[in-house]
Design a protein around this ligand. Structure first.
Ligand SMILES: [Fe+2]
Ligand SMILES: [Fe+2]
Length: 377
């Protein structure tokens, strides 16, 4: 993928992180036969060392996971009526009205009435949940791959429980989209590039870094923000259940990589840092919602740079990294190889989170609460 001393352009395909022209020219498509095939060459590893609990922390996580299973069909209040337009209006009211905090004069949306803003809000919600759905399928595939490729029995056991968790997440996000919202979106091109890179990499620890640390770390923060904002009791409960699982998944990534990274030298760690940086940029790119603007008949290149300049937007985007940065720090990835990733996360404007609580600590605190009350804050 990348070699030592790669430039930003080598890693993410552009020299400037905020080059919107380039970012927005990458547009997602869905294959006509409805299948997306990613090739991967990797070793499936048997282990003859069956000693359960040789890695006590992973064993503890596995035992917790067995007791934390829930049923997506029967444990959520699917009978709840969801009025999407009302939800969008209420949310706008709670945050100061449509477009509040943005200077939109001179842009194509300057003259939008409430009707267009409500439609935008509805589309935005359809888009967001669709991306969650596709990301969950990515997690399902990655974790099945970890079951095969990780060499430790305790990790195989734990990953098997996560495969079930991810199947349930795909199921409940799909059901919510079909039954309560009003349309699907194809996978965002930047999210797809990232998932393809994670799956195509033959090294088992890269699957963990890409999925458990980066994608799931971001998902945990994004679900938390949506959980705090939504007024729909069904979505709130769905997210609370999913987040309890995700916190465990991220903790699984941290515990596994902590041990493995101790064996790696500086050049190998630098490759991991570059992969973490690439993933961070792809996820940032995916949040531009370019497909929603398109569907509203607005050229994303005329509006995205304006929206991105608003201070509120920057704060929101930074918060998405509030789980990733402390976990990278715990793994030693911030300061390895002369602090390369620290510099990159500083450029991305997310280094402020380095001292926030990491997910292994957070999960320990959460696990002492009964399953139905669990929520990662
Ligand atoms: Fe998930
Ligand atoms: Fe997950």
């Amino acid at each position: 993928m990348t070699t030592e001393m790669s430039s930003t352009e080598d890693i993410i395909g552009r020299a400037e992180i905020d080059d919107f022209e380039t970012i927005l020219s990458v547009v997602g498509t869905e294959e006509p036969d409805g299948r997306h095939v990613v090739h991967s060459d990797y070793d499936s590893i048997f282990t003859w060392d069956y000693e359960k609990g040789a890695r006590p922390k992973l064993n503890k996580l596995y035992e917790k996971a067995k007791g934390a299973q829930w049923n997506g069909e029967t444990d959520l209040p699917w009978e709840t009526e969801v009025d999407q337009e009302k939800m969008v209006k209420d949310q706008a009211e709670a945050t100061g009205g449509f477009g509040a905090g943005f200077d939109l004069s001179g842009t194509p949306v300057e003259k939008w009435s409430e009707k267009e803003w409500v439609q935008f809000g509805v589309e935005s919600q359809n888009w967001t949940l669709s991306q969650f759905l596709h990301g969950e399928q990515g997690a399902l595939i990655c974790t099945a791959k970890i079951v095969e490729s990780v060499p430790w029995i305790d990790a195989k056991y734990y990953a098997a429980t996560q495969v079930m968790d991810e199947a349930r997440h795909v199921e409940v996000f799909g059901k919510y989209l079909d039954e309560k919202l009003s349309g699907h979106y194809a996978i965002n091109a930047h999210l797809r590039m990232l998932l393809d890179d994670i799956i195509a990499d033959s090294r088992w620890d890269m699957t963990y870094l890409g999925m458990q640390i980066m994608v799931e770390g971001l998902a945990l923060a994004a679900f938390g923000l949506m959980h705090a904002m939504t007024a729909d009791p069904l979505l709130k409960q769905l997210l609370r259940y999913v987040m309890a699982d995700e916190a465990r998944h991220v903790a699984f990534g941290v515990l596994s990589l902590q041990e493995y990274y101790q064996e790696l030298n500086a050049a190998e760690l630098r490759e991991r840092q570059e992969f973490a940086f690439e993933a961070a940029v792809r996820m940032r790119d995916r949040f531009l919602q370019q497909e929603v603007w398109d569907r509203m008949g607005i050229d994303p290149k005329a509006i995205v740079p304006v929206v991105q300049q608003a201070p509120e937007r920057g704060e929101f985007q930074a918060l998405l990294f509030s789980k990733i940065v402390p976990n990278c720090k715990k793994l030693g990835l911030l300061d390895a190889a002369d602090g390369w990733l620290r510099t990159k996360f500083t450029e991305l404007g997310v280094i402020e989170f380095e001292s926030w609580v990491d997910t292994t600590e957070e999960y320990d605190a959460m696990a002492s609460v009964p399953p139905k009350d669990r929520i990662a804050s």
